[in-house]
Design a protein around this ligand. Sequence first.
Ligand SMILES: C[S@@+](CC[C@H](N)C(=O)[O-])C[C@H]1O[C@@H](n2cnc3c(N)ncnc32)[C@H](O)[C@@H]1O
Length: 283
Amino acid sequence: MVDALLAVAASDRAAAVEAVAAAAVAAPGDRLPAALLRYLRADADGDVYRSPDALTRFIDGGSNRALYAALHTALRARYEQMAPGSLLDLGCGDGRVVVAVAGSGLRRIDLVEPSAALLDLAVAALAGGPAVVAGHAVTAAAFLAGLGADDHWDVVQSTFALHTLAAADRAAVLRALVARADRVLIAEFDVPSFDDRRDEHAAYAVDRYEQGLREYDGDEVVAQGFLMPVLVGQFDPGTVRHTHEQSAATWVDELRDAGFGTVTVHPLYPYWWADAVLLEATR
Ligand SMILES: C[S@@+](CC[C@H](N)C(=O)[O-])C[C@H]1O[C@@H](n2cnc3c(N)ncnc32)[C@H](O)[C@@H]1O
């Protein structure tokens, strides 16, 4: 399976299919060879966020339930202390996190989400609440680049969304955030540092995705519509990449480099892909 991912990284789909097919025969009980073989043979376009179905089923299932419960508890505790009046959520998805954690004191909520279908769900989920809600169907970088001099929020949150940014965009987004918020809360995965798309990365992904697939046994929408495109996107230079992940220590360094004076890391949940953490940054 490691050879298969390295073949994907070398843009050699034929060799990848051959290696996965051999792994499927050698380990018929494993979930990953069968799922990856099906995905590679289907030659899908890999855009996981265009339609909400696969993402929402993924978050609704497996250990995401416990992960999101831990996330909600941690954010609610911060917001009870801070009592923010305004909140910006970058990459809000279907809005489930902001709905779960928004206190009644929020007067203004801005939602940034490039998938129009997901943004519609998020805006609808907050409709009728006490806050004025504005949805922005753009990327985080485009939204921040278009702000006026006085635009500012009490808190900016981004949950499992900033890893969608490539390194160059990420640095610019983190720099832009320093002047925009009193406090920034970022939920991310503490993924070990390894050389991108090399042996160690592939071995880690093979081990972890086998675990992840087992949490969704029999759910083809999640396996083929979310997990396999995210995995292949990590390795295939010719397809859309949804994850540019890194260690919590690197997130801390990048937030400090961007201009945040205090950055703390709180453990959230031991997730199958990597430990989830909450990064808290202030100027
Ligand atoms: C794993 S989902 C997390 C969604 C939500 N924050 C949650 O915790 O349920 C990642 C989200 O980031 C969004 N996204 C992708 N690229 C983005 C970008 N450049 N700027 C902002 N959000 C982005 C995706 O559309 C998706 O909704």
